[in-house]
Ligand binder design. Sequence first.
Ligand code: F6P
Length: 335
Amino acid sequence: MSMITIPDFPKTKKLKSIAVLTSGGDAPGMNAAVRAVVRYAIANGVAVSGIMKGYSGLLEGQIEPMKLSSVANIIQRGGTVLKTDRCPAFLKRSVRKEAANILVRKGIEGLVVIGGDGSFTGASLLEKETGFRTIGVPGTIDNDIAETEDTIGFDTAVNTAIEAIDRIRDTASSHGRLFLVEVMGRNSGFIALSTGIGGGAETIVVPEAALTLGKITGAIRRGIARGKTSSIIVVAEGPKPGLATRIANGLAKNGFDPKVCTLGHIQRGGIPTAHDRMLGSVLGAAATAYLVSGKSGGMIGLRENTVAFVPYRDVIGKKKTLPKFAMSLAEILAT
Ligand code: F6P
């Protein structure tokens, strides 16, 4: 684990009261970020509230003042103690206006949003339309947020998936079997790529690159020709989970006898790695410092392994590219 470069945080204090919420899919390390927001704010004399259940809880007024002890013993826990939600209602302008009114009535001047692209879209629109200050912290196992090299939860999810592959490899090699392992990643293949390289997969299927059945069977046959008795193919679930099963059906029609293992939400839970705890702590504290100083309208991410503020307009809806060479490298290393 390389040490994140932490530049000095802003020292100005313009805001006296802020709030924090987690939104979208939970990710291991979110609790470290929540803890950092709460403790950094209090250490700087700023009042901090916790909003339960993301934007849904905000609309329901589920807002509680936080103390130092509110975040004791959570850094090692997966999930999010603030709970989370996907909130389609927040797509409505009138609903966002109501959310800002609720926050203002509570005397809150700024909001830290820990989540992914959809959560940042909500935060950005809220700020543009009402002037209410928000700042984002990238928290998603997918690592699919533009302009940040890393997101909270990605490292833990990849480690969980690799551990599963190691176990599957034991049975695959004992029986001489072909396995397809489906990992998460709705729109992006970062989990599949890192899991595939780290787990020594023969082939990796990602949403970014169309891979035909012919190419997949070609890779398996090349392995068999050079004496391999078992193979593992890592498949990102893509927009419609179950892709590994659909590929397996195609392989079965081509004379193979594949087994499918879908890891699903197992990858989202569990104890966060040291890296995700560090990342959550640093990004959470930095986001608080920037917000309290009056800086908002963007995300705190990692650029060249250094904490950096990035405006929402450079992040939201932008595609983070999967390194193409890494895909072919995975195949070279598996031959
Ligand atoms: O965005 C995180 C993620 O875990 C994706 O990898 C996955 O495709 C999706 O969320 C699953 O969402 P849900 O938990 O709502 O089924």
